[in-house]
Design a protein around this ligand. Structure first.
Ligand SMILES: Cc1cc2nc3c(=O)[nH]c(=O)nc-3n(C[C@H](O)[C@H](O)[C@H](O)COP(=O)(O)O)c2cc1C
Length: 307
């Protein structure tokens, strides 16, 4: 693990995001010095995934040849354990020896041995102390604590409480996820006793992300009050942007809701993530569309100042 930290410019993992993270975002993150990741399902098929992995590895190797003094950070993939593609995608991941693998939505056990066999690292996300306790003995290389305010399918625990509770029984690497969008917050994660920040939403309005222009624009004009916690889109609690819910016909004929919770399940016709967009509570920290290098540069300056 010390070796992973040593390969990053700052302790940040760019979190995997459905639809949003593609080859360009991953490569740009790694070149800027943070660990870039993507969900394997963002590649349309397992064959396509193989081509993505080849392109990413090839471009990072090229970057390393041009910058031998400051090589790129490693990259990782997110495997959805309940996906029908799991076995086939895992074979591609093993064949390409992906440095970091992040299993989610299900028991990570089937992945651990395969990835360790070639020297890769496995981090898994957990949202409860109970699951963290179980995962702590699963031979993982680190736990990702999914906290309140995260983009996507969010956690609900407060990070102060969650890190403290898990540190009582787990001494390994901890990653904190949820509304970390500036360098002071990255530093705060270390102060809490954790090791890495898992940063998702801050990378959505970057030039290299695969988010649509409308999604980026909505990010820039939203703040924390525009993040609505709802089960209406995916069936489990997710943080969604008010503007996209309104455009998809939610709240029609109603006065605009001030309430940040919306637990109605009436409307499920629009496609989650594609028509209805997600972001964490730190959405307001994105002020303009910027390159990944600019975003990471800002995080690094703020992180250093906070140290
Ligand atoms: C648009 C979007 C899509 C996401 N898709 C996934 C996914 O496919 N797999 C996953 O493990 N996490 C996914 N997440 C969660 C992120 O990996 C991460 O936990 C979260 O973005 C961290 O919170 P933040 O957005 O406040 O930084 C997604 C998040 C967002 C915003």
């Amino acid at each position: 693990m010390a070796s992973l930290r040593g390969r990053l410019a700052l302790p940040v993992i760019a979190a995997p995001m459905f639809i949003v993270s593609g080859i360009e975002l991953v490569v740009a993150c790694c070149e800027a010095g943070v660990l870039g990741t993507f969900p394997t399902l963002n590649a349309r098929s397992t064959d396509e995934l193989g081509r993505w992995l080849e392109r990413i590895a090839g471009r990072l190797a090229e970057f390393d040849r041009a910058h031998p003094q400051a090589p790129a950070a490693p990259f990782g993939v997110n495997l959805i354990m309940r996906s029908e593609r799991l076995q086939a995608d895992l074979e591609q991941v093993v064949a390409h020896q992906v440095p970091v693998v992040i299993p989610s939505v299900g028991n990570p056990a089937p992945v651990v041995e395969r990835v360790h066999a070639y020297g890769g690292l496995v981090f898994a996300d957990v949202a409860t102390v109970h699951h963290a306790r179980r995962a702590a003995s699963a031979g993982l290389d680190g736990l990702i604590l999914l906290c309140a305010g995260a983009g996507g399918n969010t956690g609900w625990l407060n990070p102060f409480a969650f890190v403290a509770a898990v540190r009582e029984f787990y001494a390994g690497p901890l990653v904190v996820a949820g509304s970390i969008a500036n360098g002071r917050a990255v530093r705060a994660v270390e102060t809490l006793g954790a090791d890495y920040a898992y940063v998702g939403s801050r990378f959505i309005p970057t030039r290299e992300s695969s988010a649509s222009d409308k999604y980026r624009e909505l990010m820039l004009r939203s703040d924390a009050d525009d993040v609505i916690l709802t089960t209406a889109i995916t069936g489990i609690p997710s943080n969604m942007l008010r503007g996209s819910l309104e455009d998809a016909g939610f709240f029609a004929g109603q006065t605009p809701r001030k309430n940040p919770f919306y637990f109605d399940r009436t409307y499920t016709t629009r496609s989650a993530w594609k028509d209805v967009w997600s972001a964490g509570h730190a959405v307001g920290e994105s002020k303009a569309v910027a390159s990944v290098q600019e975003v990471v540069g800002e995080l690094l300056r703020e992180y250093r100042a906070a140290r």
